[in-house]
Design a protein around this ligand. Structure first.
Ligand code: 4AD
Ligand code: MG
Length: 461
């Protein structure tokens, strides 16, 4: 089918004698002998206006061309006398593909709540807000790839089915082909003997361990893929399935890691500001009035950088009444992270050198023997955007850490091989892509930046 995307039609340099556009009707207004249609095809936020009068052979169907109906319009692209648009289409041929009964089509021309729209996630891409959110999602993903490609990182694909728990937090979804009922413990005690892989397997929580192996041969790599966490926490910032960007660099330390995290965040934000202005503007006007100011500060100013110990001092000195009390050794909660970024610094802040007890086994032990070379990037409104570290490259130290957390060293034989043979200092991080999109749009619930979100007790669509 030949058609011109509406984004292209609205950008035309001159009038056109014949053009075909397709889309979904947002509104129809009738006058005597003619009607105006506003049509949107998702290629951009703007609708194109169509004027159709009774000389069009199929004008008789216009009463069925209601909000949500899908149409094809052929006609002349002419300068619009109306305000707010440069071009409009004088229709000569109208085809109605599908009607949308006004009695039952849920997206009538009025504002709907986010909660309601989540219950019709299959239809919400047809609204301005979600169309804009998912176009920004697309452009931001492109920016991520171009950032890394420009800097000589290779895009690698790490497995989604794994036999290891990278974060050691036990928040994994088990993958199995065993029947639901009737499994009894086999003689040898291995529950998974008859399972597909013959051992316990899960959906990955992070591609890091495998990305480390690739970086140890290819220098600089990144993964950008789906990750899964069975955290039973119903928060606006956690999803059971989310996309993570994980770069890994050989011959790099925690300093390089922080620089990369800051550069990448700024690059993607700047790219989206340059390429998605109309969509961003929707969020700045209707979702979060302070959005643009915050994004401009983010790209302009250096991120603050402090140690965990300094962060604890700031939190203790704040005089705030925390829900989760603060003392050295405690994990930082969202309320603490947001206070630091939002109120204390008023911009993103990178916190480094966390106590080893609250961080994963693979993080490099600092000389004080108490802290590890971890770094989290915390941003206003969201809290943790990035979590990363310099990795423990010393075989003996890493083995001791694995034992310390009660794990079996043999299970990590291949991970340890990277330290046995030609080990190097290396570092990397994980950025939650949806958290980045929340930052970019001002959307406060992660369920609204994912087309089909997966959260506890929610797997419709
Ligand atoms: O801090 P996390 O758990 O770090 C890792 O998984 C490392 N293995 C990454 C690495 O170094 N390669 O997760 C990284 C980021 C968090 O900062 C957060 O932005 C996001 O992933 N994240 C989630 N996003 C949405 N829903 C969840 N349940 C998330 N859990 C983590
Ligand atoms: Mg983390």
């Amino acid at each position: 089918m030949q058609r011109t995307p509406i984004a292209e039609a609205l950008n035309a340099q001159q009038a056109q004698a014949r053009i075909t556009v397709c889309g979904w009707v947002r509104t129809r207004r009738d006058s005597k002998g003619f009607s105006f249609l506003e049509i949107n095809d998702g290629s951009c936020l703007m609708n194109i206006q169509v004027i159709i009068d009774e000389t069009v052979p199929t004008y008789g169907i216009i009463k069925d061309v209601s909000t949500g109906a899908s149409v094809q319009v052929t006609g002349e692209l002419v300068e619009s006398p109306g305000k707010g648009q440069k071009w409009e289409v004088r229709c000569t041929e109208l085809t109605l593909f599908g009607t949308a009964d006004p009695e039952t089509f849920p997206l009538q021309k009025k504002r709907h709540s986010d909660e309601f729209l989540r219950t019709i996630a299959h239809l919400r891409p047809r609204t301005n807000k979600y169309g804009a959110a998912f176009r920004i999602r697309s452009e931001a993903a492109f920016a991520v790839h171009s950032f890394f490609r420009d800097r000589g990182f290779f895009h690698v694909h790490t497995p989604i089915l794994t036999g290891s728990d990278c974060e050691g937090a036990g928040e994994m979804f088990r993958v199995t082909t065993l029947p639901v009922q009737g499994i009894s413990k086999p003689e040898n005690g291995n529950w998974f003997e008859d399972d597909f892989f013959g051992r316990e397997s899960n959906l990955t929580v992070s591609g890091q361990l495998e990305a480390e192996m690739l970086t140890m041969g290819m220098g600089r790599v990144y993964t950008f893929g789906p990750t899964f966490r069975a955290e039973n926490s119903n928060t606006p910032r956690h999803a059971a399935e989310f996309w993570m960007i994980e770069p890994e660099m050989a011959f790099a330390d925690i300093q390089d890691d922080m620089d990369l995290g800051e550069d990448m965040t700024k690059y993607v934000v700047r790219h989206v500001m340059e390429h998605c202005a109309p969509d961003l503007n929707l969020f700045a006007s209707f979702v979060d009035k302070e959005l643009m100011g915050r994004l401009e500060t983010l790209v302009r100013e250096p991120f603050a950088r402090i140690t965990y110990t300094e962060a604890v001092d700031i939190l203790l000195a704040s005089g705030k009444d925390w829900e989760f009390p603060v003392s050295w050794g405690c994990d930082l909660q969202t309320e603490h992270e947001r206070y630091l970024a939002e109120e204390h610094f008023g911009k993103p802040v990178i916190v480094r050198d966390y106590p080893k007890q609250i961080k994963a086994f693979y993080m490099r032990l600092n000389d004080d023997d108490k802290t590890v070379a971890a770094m989290d990037v915390l941003v206003p409104r969201i809290g943790e955007l990035i979590g990363g570290s310099q990795r423990e490259e010393r075989l003996d130290v890493l083995e001791a850490r694995i034992r310390e957390i009660g794990q079996n060293v043999d299970d990590y034989w291949w991970y340890l091989d990277a330290r046995r043979f030609g080990t190097v200092p290396h570092a990397g991080f994980g950025m939650g892509f949806e958290r980045l999109l929340m930052l970019l749009t001002g959307i406060t619930n992660i369920r609204d930046v994912i087309p089909f979100p997966r959260t506890p007790r929610n797997i419709d669509f």
